[in-house]
Design a protein around this ligand. Structure first.
Ligand SMILES: C[S@@+](CC[C@H](N)C(=O)[O-])C[C@H]1O[C@@H](n2cnc3c(N)ncnc32)[C@H](O)[C@@H]1O
Length: 107
């Protein structure tokens, strides 16, 4: 029952995302961060009208990159440059709780 509820919630959330941004969300496994906050800032601050391109540092599996690139279709003259070292062991960040980013990437 819990899994069916989770699935139904995921379908509802995907539909809301599509309605809000005009493109379907990437699969859940492709993103770690809630880029919706970033997309909203870009739209609310009119950043698509500001001259220049966009750079994303840290793509990981590309879910956020896909969201940014899809939003940038509204400003086709802009480029999105995506950088990553693509080496899970490179990031030595450790949270106060002891959680290590490289372990998160490994999972
Ligand atoms: C938290 S993940 C990014 C998650 C991604 N933006 C998303 O929405 O799913 C951080 C990424 O930054 C990359 N990274 C860490 N340090 C970096 C550096 N100095 N230069 C480029 N990429 C870096 C790591 O390889 C990792 O893929």
């Amino acid at each position: 029952m819990g899994r069916a509820k989770d699935r139904a919630r995921a379908i509802r959330d995907a539909r809301r995302f599509s309605q809000r941004y005009g493109f379907t969300p990437p699969p859940a496994w492709a993103g770690m961060s809630r880029y919706e906050t970033l997309l909203d800032e870009i739209l609310e601050c009119g950043l698509l009208d500001v001259p220049g391109d966009f750079v994303e540092i840290g793509a990981f599996l590309g879910g956020g990159s896909y969201k940014l690139a899809s939003l940038l279709k509204r400003a086709p003259e802009k480029c999105l440059f995506v950088l990553d070292v693509f080496d899970p062991a490179f990031d030595k960040t450790e949270c106060d709780s002891g959680l290590r980013m490289r372990d998160v990437y490994d999972q």
